[in-house]
Design a protein around this ligand. Sequence first.
Ligand SMILES: Cc1cc2nc3c(=O)[nH]c(=O)nc-3n(C[C@H](O)[C@H](O)[C@H](O)COP(=O)(O)O)c2cc1C
Length: 158
Amino acid sequence: MSIDSATFRSVLGRFVSGVTIVTARDEAGVDHGMTASAFCSVSLDPPLVLVSIAHDATLHPVLLEQEEMAVSILTASQEAIARRFAEKLDNRFDGVGFTRGVTGAPLIDGALAVVEGRVIHRHPGGDHTIFVAEVLAASATMDEPLLYYRGGYAHLAR
Ligand SMILES: Cc1cc2nc3c(=O)[nH]c(=O)nc-3n(C[C@H](O)[C@H](O)[C@H](O)COP(=O)(O)O)c2cc1C
C-alpha cells in the first residue's frame, strides 16, 4: 500500500522548512547551484548535515564526483534568488554576488547562514540521493529567514 503524490505533497508541505542554495564546483571549475529545502542537521559530534538532491538535477552528478560543497541559508529578502536557482537558466550566478570559503564552492552574499562541507556518505533515497557532509566551516547572521510552506514562500510572523 502507498499514497498518491498529491497527498504526499499536501501532507509533507505542512512541515515548514527554510530555503537554501546548495552549491558545488565541478572538475572543470564550473559553479553549480540549486534551490533546496531538503536540508537538515544530522549529527553534532561529528558535525554532519544532509541535503537530498533529485537524480535529474544538474547538481546531482557533480555531488557524486565532488566532495566539497556549500549550503547558503537564505534570508526573507532573498526570495528572488530562491526562484532564480530553481529555474532552468544557463547561468544562475549571473548578477548574484558570492564569495568562496574553505571549499571553493560559492557562498551567496547576504545569506542568513552558510555551511561548508565535505560529502562523506551518499545514500539512495528513491528518486533522490541523500548526501551527508561533514561540516568544515559555518557562520551565521541575525537576519530573518525565508520559509517554504505548503508549496509557497513564507515569512516568520512575530
Ligand atoms: C523552495 C524549493 C525547494 C526545493 N528543494 C529541493 C530539494 O531539496 N531537492 C531537490 O532535488 N530539488 C529541490 N527543488 C527543485 C530544484 O530547485 C529545481 O528542480 C532545480 O531546477 C534543479 O536544478 P537544475 O535545473 O539545475 O537541474 C526545490 C525547489 C524549490 C522552489
